[in-house]
Design a protein around this ligand. Sequence first.
Ligand SMILES: Nc1nc2c(c(=O)[nH]1)N[C@H]1C(S)=C(S)[C@@H](COP(=O)(O)OP(=O)(O)OC[C@H]3O[C@@H](n4cnc5c(=O)[nH]c(N)nc54)[C@H](O)[C@@H]3O)O[C@H]1N2
Ligand SMILES: Nc1nc2c(c(=O)[nH]1)N[C@H]1C(S)=C(S)[C@@H](COP(=O)(O)OP(=O)(O)OC[C@H]3O[C@@H](n4cnc5c(=O)[nH]c(N)nc54)[C@H](O)[C@@H]3O)O[C@H]1N2
Ligand code: SF4
Ligand SMILES: [Mo]
Length: 843
Amino acid sequence: TRRSFLKWSGVAAGGTALVASTTNLGMPGSGPKAAAEGLADADKTVWSACTVNCGSRCPLRLQVKDGTVVRVLPDNTGDDSLGSQRVRSCVRGRSIRHRIYNPDRLKKPLRRKAGTKRGDGQWEEISWDEALSEIATKMEGIKEEYGNEAFYINYGTGVLGSTMACSWPPNETAFARLMNTWGGYLDHYGDYSTNQITQAYPYFYGDWVAGNSLDDAENAQLQVMFGNNPLETRMSGGGLTFVTQQTKKASDVRTIIVDPRYSDTTVGIADEWVALRPGTDAALVAGLIHVMLQEDLHDQDFLDTHCVGFDEDHMPDGAPENASYRSYVEGKGTDGTEKTPEWAADITGVPATHIRSLAREIAGAKPCAITQGWGPQRHANGEDASRSIFLLAAVTGNIGKVGGGTGAREGGVGLPIVKTFNTSLTNTDSNKIISSFSWLDAIDHGDQMDTFNAGVLEKPEPGVRAGKVPVDDEGNPTNIKLDVPIKMVWNYGSNSLVNQTGDNNASVEILQDESKAELIVTCDIQMTVSARYSDYVLPGTSTSEENDIHPGENATPMAYGIISSQAIDPLYECRTVFDICGGLAEHLGVSDQYYDGKDREDWLRDAVKATQAEDPDIPDYEDWKEMGLFRKNAGSVISLQEFRDDPEANPLSTPSGKIEIYSDRLARMAEKWTFDDFRPELVGDKLNPLPEYTDTWEGVLDSRESEKYPLQLIGHHYKQRTHSSYGNVDWMQEAHHQTAWINPIDAQERGISNDDDVFLYNDRGTVMIGARVTERIAPGVVSLPQGAWYTPQPSSEITPPPGANPEMPVDTGGNTNTLTSLHPSPLAKGNAVHTAIVQLVKA
Ligand SMILES: Nc1nc2c(c(=O)[nH]1)N[C@H]1C(S)=C(S)[C@@H](COP(=O)(O)OP(=O)(O)OC[C@H]3O[C@@H](n4cnc5c(=O)[nH]c(N)nc54)[C@H](O)[C@@H]3O)O[C@H]1N2
Ligand SMILES: Nc1nc2c(c(=O)[nH]1)N[C@H]1C(S)=C(S)[C@@H](COP(=O)(O)OP(=O)(O)OC[C@H]3O[C@@H](n4cnc5c(=O)[nH]c(N)nc54)[C@H](O)[C@@H]3O)O[C@H]1N2
Ligand code: SF4
Ligand SMILES: [Mo]
């Protein structure tokens, strides 16, 4: 601890107060009681919040002395019962001072030095006026030459949890409001979290459908979680990490977890671990259903009344013969292979005897709560993985039941916060929309992208997450095309220029070509990896420097929201994004429309008023601000209950009104979709009308056949960080090291022991990092937790291992995306970053 104090005590703002605070934190005599009550002589204690995108949201009580945050305290309201639970922050939130006062904090606007390349790290400090007027002038030039479709707001979730500072979805950001006063911009559908499952939903359920909330598992006989890890991905003490443990404690519901890793959730609540190979859930499900069909364990009634496409008697008009799922399992489909447990065992690595016993147990448990996390779908063909898990819930008849579930990720309730600032203007420009993962393609060759080759879609109705495939009168897909490539990228609260997207080295190459993207502007609080690849970097304020409203997340049965009060003055020359976009609006001559006569706090009051109209329980702005956290018990979520009870009266929004196990729309799209227009390696990709298993690029079979890259790489979401946020916090680095997880069998073969430095590499890049040798990961699989800071060292300084690409730098930060691919998934054009093959050797 002492070492980390030394490391940054001299650097941060308000140095004196900071030293006082760290002294206090380390004070051995203060004892647990004093620690809980905080610093006795603080000037004030204010409600603030941690607003990063970790799937939770925590209030923080910041203690301020002499204008500096000196101590971070958790929620002290609520209790330990579900519905009114205390929202204790996790260790990241408790270390937020180290993020507020981090040495990487940006101080002044920066301009990339003339004559240097993006990424060279050569900057000039400039005034706000210079920065905003230069950016505005460049924006005007781009608009004149290319029009508004050339402006893009990049994916970025660093301030997802705020209202005025909101960084995602794009149409709820301050930059979107600015652009909407000025002709619009190119929007995106989907998100890096859920691209594949979002685009899978329409073809199975019609719309986004939640699972039952996780507290409802107390009514289940069995809970089965596919790649769902709430104990690490919803870490708030008020969140699902608490809910799942309380539910397990209360009901002792038997819990099976299907995951290549023995995750923290497996540690915490599982009775059984099914260690399948990554990307093979659809094969496991086919094997399970084979057993159920042979032993007549499936729910034929539910399939007959609520679904189409399961067997030959229930197919949509015009579907070819033997295209049903039953035919696929029985080996009568086009591949002619019966999906026996032995077939599934060979692909998944789960023994056939285990598949048989699992099938009997899952089908026999009435009801059975089946959920999935988003790990299974962040893969090549992740769309089919997620649909296959929905299918398992359908075949066992658990959909719409208390104690059952839809096979989707757990549902949740929240407060209906209406963000009037962001939604009172709509995008006035084009009807076109691209996948959140297609933007590098759109920079590189946007004017060649269309629906069939790149998933350019029509904008959906507000609030709908999936884009719409354009169709003609007969329902056949038609083609729309982008007119121009992306020329300006706005990157706010995002480390997704490089670091969070995929294939860092290839991304850098595209971004460094100034003939492509002409203007890249980042607004962040710190000098991140992405900021390095920008032309201008604008210093933003952190949540502690602002007033804002923060919707709570994933605490069902509790719904809650936080209003934070500004704890300290903006540091250095930092500005709120409201002011930054306001300044740009002034330079672009649209400030009247942008402000609409209101300041930042007016908009916050406005949002509370609009929210009260939706939910009369919501307190007034001032009262809420005083209480910090407002909570209510909103009850459990049971999804599709009405559809289950009466499918005729409550049809789904699919063309048939039923669950579509075979999708006629996907069959028609499959005839038009092309995959090899830009990348020869996309040959072999396909759309499947059924949720079937596909042997994909860099899947398990490739790893088995490849002498060069025999290991499958995934990169789980990790408790050290929220993506890259908190990744530069010394306390967090000390608490949870960045290491590559590898099974002892694979480690032994390579002469690797725990803590040895290793190289991980493939054609796309090389990482050097410590090894964690552990039976908590399946043999043949490596996990390098996603989000570490990409730190490329030239190959002249660190020699890559023999066999690695000698051209590529060695990333000593250990970022997974140094090894992942920009190859999009076939339907969603999503980030398949859990699909990659690598070699691992001792360094
Ligand atoms: N390989 C691999 N890659 C992945 C994933 C994976 O599973 N594997 N997961 C993907 C997923 S699900 C997601 S959501 C994305 C997340 O990707 P990003 O949304 O890019 O997430 P972060 O890395 O947290 O970046 C957030 C940025 O916001 C900044 N920020 C934080 N607070 C503030 C603030 O108050 N003001 C301003 N201006 N900036 C602030 C942070 O400094 C940080 O640079 O990553 C994706 N990338
Ligand atoms: N601590 C922390 N919490 C976070 C985040 C974070 O960065 N840090 N990020 C937040 C965000 S934005 C999101 S989107 C969510 C992400 O939530 P998820 O997408 O659910 O998280 P992942 O870790 O990618 O995957 C969940 C589990 O799936 C497993 N898995 C990987 N591939 C497969 C597969 O093919 N099949 C199966 N069955 N399992 C597989 C992984 O080992 C992991 O344990 O987490 C949120 N919470
Ligand atoms: S990282 Fe998430 S769980 Fe941790 S304090 Fe922040 S909001 Fe809460
Ligand atoms: Mo995410």
